[in-house]
Design a protein around this ligand. Structure first.
Ligand code: 5GP
Length: 177
């Protein structure tokens, strides 16, 4: 599939995304009630979402970045999660908030949550994803927080790429097949 920006249909506009982020942050501010949080941004897809979200969080917060990959070609998953770069500080007794772009099969989310449980005795582990593609789930996992549910479309923009491109779009779009 060739993707040109003029062919994309807007699924979630910049305004919708920013409004939803503020709502999520409000929920999180109420949940954590000023407790320290370590926010872990899963690169590269969650970068836009994570930086916008944390600006609205008002507790003492540290940010960490990890890099995983599961997509083999532009639009198809390998079904295997590769830990490309996971270097984290000691997360024992910390409130860990994992920030992802999208939960699709759920394999990445499961890998990360298992990784945290295996390596640390965290105070809490919460998983937040901007998008939730519930319909394509292969493992039994639900994000604690999500922005929007999407159906089985390949979505692009606001961090989500097509073959490395379009992460810089301010909206989330898709190409109608
Ligand atoms: P999962 O492990 O849940 O199958 O997939 C998670 C990862 O697959 C996401 O972090 C994202 O990188 C990629 N992914 C899944 N669905 C889409 C999509 O619709 N668009 C894009 N650009 N990436 C996706």
């Amino acid at each position: 599939m060739e993707v040109k920006v003029e062919d994309l249909k807007v699924l979630f506009s910049e305004e919708q995304i920013q409004k939803r982020i503020k709502e999520l942050a409000k929920e999180m501010n109420a949940f954590y009630k000023g407790e320290d949080v370590v926010a872990i941004c899963v690169l590269k897809g969650a970068v836009m979402f994570a930086v916008d979200l944390v600006k609205h969080l008002d507790m003492p917060l540290q940010m960490e970045f990890i890099r995983l990959s599961s997509y083999g070609s532009a639009m198809s998953t390998t079904g295997k999660v590769n830990a490309v770069d996971i270097k984290l500080p000691d997360l024992n007794d910390k409130n860990v908030l994992i920030i992802e772009d999208i939960v699709d099969t759920g394999l990445t989310a499961k890998f990360l949550i298992d990784f945290m449980h295996c390596n640390f005795n965290a105070k809490s582990i919460k998983f937040c994803s901007l998008l939730d593609k519930k319909i394509t789930r292969k493992v039994d996992i639900e994000p604690d927080y999500y922005g929007f549910e999407v159906d089985d479309k390949f979505v692009i923009g606001y961090g989500l790429d097509y073959d490395g491109y379009y992460r810089n779009l301010r909206y989330i779009g898709y190409k109608e097949m």
